[in-house]
Structures are given as C-alpha cells and as structure tokens.
Design a protein around this ligand. Structure first.
Ligand SMILES: [Zn+2]
Length: 150
C-alpha cells in the first residue's frame, strides 16, 4: 500500500496492517516553519490496532522540529517522538457518543480518503509546545545579553 494515495482510515484500522515511510518538507506545508530542508525527513509508522475494542490508528512519528525560544528568540532543534492511538469512529454520532463516555478521548471520524501526510501534520502541530524554551541554561548568552541592554 502506498502512503501517498489516500485510503479508507476505518478499513485500514480494522485490517491490522501497518505502513511506514518518510515525508519531506514539501509534503508537509503546514510545518514549513518548523522543519529544515537539511534535516532528515519526518519518519512515520501507521498501524491498524484495537484500542479498548475500537478500531484505531496508531501513529508513530519521529522528526526534528525547529522552535523559537521565547526567552532568547534563537531557533533550536528539538527531537520529536510521537506515539498516538486514535480510535476511528464510523460517523459523527459515534464520535459524539464516545466523547460523552470519555471527554479526553482523542478519536477521529472515519475518512474514506485519509491523507497520511495531513494526519502527520495535524498530530505534529498539536504536539508542538505553546511556549518553546531552551532547557535551563541552554539559551544563547549573546542574544540574552542584547535583550537586556537598556
Ligand atoms: Zn533560549
């Protein structure tokens, strides 16, 4: 199965199959600000699994994303490793019902033409920190010095 052509997400979840591949920046336009052309492409693996009896997609993603530190305003790379299990509801009604049972459930409605690149983009965007910061002591001292000059 090619990851490049859309496929039925519910059928895939039920099939127990898996596929993996890599996506380049050109295939992930919404992540353009967070990816660098010279980094390795975004690696992903998508598997059909059962989660609490529900068909689900397990999405694993490995990527290097570039974030702007909100303390020193320098860009820095962060290794991102995602492992998400997304139950697939047959329709909106089933999704609503699941979310009533479990408000924190992260589920998707079945998509007859799932685009893997779009799904990877969604999940990476959701996982980016709201406020990016270097680890303590990791800031660029020159940038900090400039910032605090009167
Ligand atoms: Zn910093």
């Amino acid at each position: 199965m090619s990851a490049r052509s859309p496929f039925d997400s519910l059928q895939f979840a039920k099939s127990g199959e898996s596929l993996s591949g890599s996506l380049s920046i050109e295939e992930l336009p919404r992540l353009g600000d967070s990816l660098r052309p010279d980094d390795a492409a975004v690696q992903y693996r998508l598997s059909g699994v059962l989660a609490a009896g529900r068909p689900a997609l397990r999405l694993e993603v490995e990527a290097v994303v570039w974030l702007v530190c909100q303390r020193c305003m320098a860009m820095y790379p962060e290794a991102l490793v995602l492992d998400r299990v997304l139950p697939i509801a047959r329709n909106e009604a089933e999704l609503d019902y699941w979310e009533k049972l479990d408000p924190l459930l992260d589920a998707l409605v079945a998509d007859p033409a799932l685009d893997v690149a779009a799904l990877v983009e969604d999940e990476v965007l959701l996982s980016l920190p709201v406020v990016a910061l270097h680890a303590e002591g990791g800031c660029n001292p020159d940038a900090l010095a400039l910032k605090y000059v009167d």
